[in-house]
Design a protein around this ligand. Structure first.
Ligand code: SF4
Length: 332
């Protein structure tokens, strides 16, 4: 069989757990410091929290019931029996550490659950929270998805992120010091974000030893500051070919051991302003994969990695906690 051109998350989970694992999105009733007033109230310029709710979510914050329902749904639809709960609303490490720990722990006992996945911001990982995450990562598979978006200060300010690239590097270092498996959410193609920015961002993540990456094509969502700016003619919607080029360039600079969680992002069609193509995630993913093939390139190629490096087993030094889970021995 031909070696893959990128290290896909699904394959990676199968390597660890021996079977297919499916994520199940959960809404835990969180907020974020960029909305509750502690840093700001307007939120990031691109964000409409309604666009990232799990499909089929109808309200209510009883995540244990959400999980059971979600597991039944994906099990029926995809024939899977292993699940990775994903707390995905707002900033899911933003809260009292003890309460967070209780919440995270409560889903671990559900049948078929192999771990937990959380999303957060670089400035919501104080020592109390990191203690909780470290404990969790020693007993189960923990994936922290960190909203990085870019390391370009000018773009971070334009996005109204209200944190700096220095905050991100600090968070990455502290997560890595505790061997917490971390993936970066990156937005490519935000107005002013170029192929060069994408390449620079990928190189910084590689040097920081990132465990995974989730790529998102910038798209304009209703109810955001960017939707207003777009309506006023402030910028043009991202071109699909331009995004494919950015994604390929980003991947070529990415560590071949890093796991690629996703190649693009979309909002529901009813919330999408532009570009229209962004609602067809499968087509965008297929376009990137076709471009990798046509250019005969792969993840990490520009860093000197071979295709075999992409398909090789995860490095124990790189993923110490995962390796220990795979071997069935709890970490020290
Ligand atoms: S992207 Fe995250 S940090 Fe920014 S406003 Fe939305 S939920 Fe808050």
């Amino acid at each position: 069989m031909e070696a893959p051109r990128i290290r896909k998350f699904g394959t990676f989970l199968r390597e660890i757990f021996g079977r297919r694992v499916h994520k199940v999105g959960l809404v835990g009733g969180f907020t974020c410091p960029n909305r509750d007033g502690s840093l700001g109230t307007g939120g990031c310029s691109f964000c409409n929290p309604a666009s990232s709710l799990p499909a089929g979510y109808r309200g209510g914050s009883d995540f244990r019931r959400q999980l059971e329902k979600g597991c039944r749904h994906v099990s029926k639809r995809f024939g899977v029996s292993l699940f990775l709960p994903y707390f995905q609303d707002y900033t899911t490490t933003y809260g009292d550490p003890e309460e967070l720990e209780r919440m995270y722990e409560s889903v671990l006992s559900c049948p078929g659950v192999v771990g937990i996945s959380l999303c957060t911001r670089p400035d919501c990982l104080d020592d109390g929270v990191l203690d909780v995450l470290e404990r969790l990562s020693r007993k189960t598979f923990l994936l922290v998805e960190l909203g990085v978006q870019t390391f370009d200060e000018r773009l971070l300010a334009d996005m109204n992120r209200l944190h700096t690239s220095g905050d991100t590097l600090d968070a990455l270092e502290r997560l890595r010091d505790r061997s917490i498996f971390t993936a970066a959410h990156m937005i490519l193609g935000y107005p002013g974000h170029t192929v060069e920015t994408a390449v620079g961002d990928a190189a910084i993540l590689r040097e920081a030893g990132i465990g995974g990456v989730k790529l998102q094509n910038f798209h304009v969502v209703k109810g955001t500051a960017m939707a207003k700016r777009y309506a006023e003619g402030g910028f043009e919607a991202l071109d699909q070919n331009a995004y494919v080029e950015m994604a390929v360039s980003f991947l070529e600079e990415t560590d071949p051991r890093a796991v690629i969680l996703r190649l693009n992002g979309s909002a529901p069609a009813r919330l999408t302003v532009a570009p229209e193509w962004s609602t067809d995630s499968r087509a965008t993913t297929a376009g990137i994969e076709a471009a990798l093939e046509a250019l005969d390139t792969w993840q990490g190629r520009k860093t000197g990695a071979s295709r075999e490096d992409v398909s090789g087993a995860p490095d124990a030094g790189f993923h110490p906690v995962l390796r220990t889970i795979a071997e069935g021995t709890p970490p020290e």
